[in-house]
Design a binder for this molecule. Structure first.
Ligand code: PLP
Length: 400
């Protein structure tokens, strides 16, 4: 029979995708399911970006490009880092891949030796630990609960570091918690890294532009120039410009690392899509007003979802600083009994109940390594959110 390679033996298909598939199947067979599971903006890609892609096709930009990004796109990325983050990267310190996910994969594939440890604050985006495992590394998961604002402390980082630690991986604003690190939050962590020169820093700034209430986004390479030589700053166009399907992500980092990552890319995808790269140039160099409009729309939804959740007995939700997720505690639901007589033993029982009885698909905290919580993605219309939250409220009050 078929036997998968050992490197993927412990890696399953993403729990998020499984729930999504089950919810979609229920929907197809007639259930009025509302899916609050997807990690992508419901907006369309802005028109000027689509236009740039059409132009690229018409002008024959339909061939292989330079391995890890066209010079024009790399320049646009350099300009973005300088303009928005105050970080200077040279052209040869930039890499472009098929989504931030490929950037993460390239970086880990190019640096992890068997048994190397990667410190990951939890809850974390599920792909982090799976990619690390595929690359032969050991994810070191550090629980950071709502009481800690879902953020890691310097003491936790210090305790997690061993001689085998290769990377610390931070994600701010975070998927799934929406928590974001201020300069004050970052400082003590960066000091720990300065004292541990074998540890490199990978930051995933994917949700940089989706922050609320005048939150001042900062990235570590700007805060601590002494760490820049061992920091990889990852970002992309997927979430900021509603371009998830175009598959473009990018990063800035030290030249030797960028070169090693190019080796992986050259033997996997050869280069990102030429058309998507042209579209990304338009996204990065074009009018940024669209970001503000969308941010305001996300903020209204966040405020609605957070207050609706907190009004439910047994649920408590911290107000996230960014991204488009809430990560609420459902600890108060554990031990309660459903109308059908089932006991809610853990967060996945609660989310199964919401899917089956209330026809609302959300993702249990266990999928992100921290329980008992559940994640709602509010990147959907206000009408759907209102209906979904009233269903959740009704389902919760039916528990005994
Ligand atoms: N990083 C985080 C934190 C994400 O949530 C996601 C997508 O869900 C990604 C990276 C992947 O983005 P991309 O579409 O660029 O691969």
């Amino acid at each position: 029979g078929f036997k998968p390679a050992e490197r993927i033996a412990s890696v399953g298909v993403s729990k998020i995708l499984q729930i999504g598939a089950r919810a979609a199947a229920m929907k197809r067979s007639g259930s009025p399911v509302i899916i609050l599971g997807a990690g992508e903006p419901d907006f369309d890609t802005p028109a000027h970006i689509k236009e740039a892609a059409k132009q690229a096709i018409d002008h024959g930009e339909t061939k292989y490009t330079a391995l890890d990004g066209t010079p024009v796109l790399k320049q646009a990325v350099c300009d973005k880092f300088r303009r928005e983050n105050g970080v200077d990267y040279a052209i040869d310190e930039i890499t472009v891949g098929a989504g931030a996910k490929q950037i993460l994969f390239n970086a880990f594939m190019a640096t992890i030796n068997p048994g190397d440890e990667i410190v990951i604050p939890t809850p974390y985006w599920t792909s982090y630990s799976d990619i690390v495992e595929i690359c032969g590394g050991v994810p070191v998961l550090v629980p950071c609960d709502a009481g800690a604002g879902f953020k890691m402390t310097a003491a936790q980082l210090e305790a997690a570091i061993t001689p085998k630690t290769r990377w610390l991986l931070l994600n701010s604003p975070s998927n799934p918690s929406g928590a974001a690190y201020t300069e004050t939050d970052y400082r003590p962590l960066l000091d720990v890294l300065l004292a541990n020169p074998q540890v490199w820093l990978m930051v995933d700034d994917m949700y940089e532009h989706i922050v609320y209430d005048d939150f001042a986004f900062v990235t570590p390479a700007a805060l601590e120039p002494r760490l820049k030589e061992r920091t990889l700053t990852i970002n992309g166009v997927s979430k900021a410009y509603a371009m998830t399907g175009w598959r473009i992500g990018y990063a800035g980092g030290p030249k030797a690392l960028i070169k090693a990552m190019a080796v992986i890319q050259s033997q996997s995808t050869s280069c990102p899509s030429s058309i998507s790269q042209a579209a990304s140039v338009a996204a990065l160099n074009g009018d940024q007003a669209i970001l503000e409009e969308r941010r305001e729309s996300f903020r209204q939804r966040r405020d609605f979802v957070v207050s609706a959740l907190n009004a439910i007995d047994g649920i408590s939700c911290r107000t996230p600083e960014g991204a488009f997720y809430t990560f609420a505690s459902c600890e108060g639901m554990i031990g309660r009994t459903t109308p059908a007589g089932n006991i809610i033993g853990m967060d996945a029982d609660f989310t199964d109940y919401l899917l089956e009885d209330a026809n609302v698909a959300v993702v249990p905290g266990s999928a992100f390594g921290l329980s008992p919580y559940f994640r709602i993605s509010y990147a959907t219309s206000m009408n759907e959110l209102k209906e979904a939250l009233s269903r959740i409220e009704r389902a919760c009050s039916a528990l005994r």
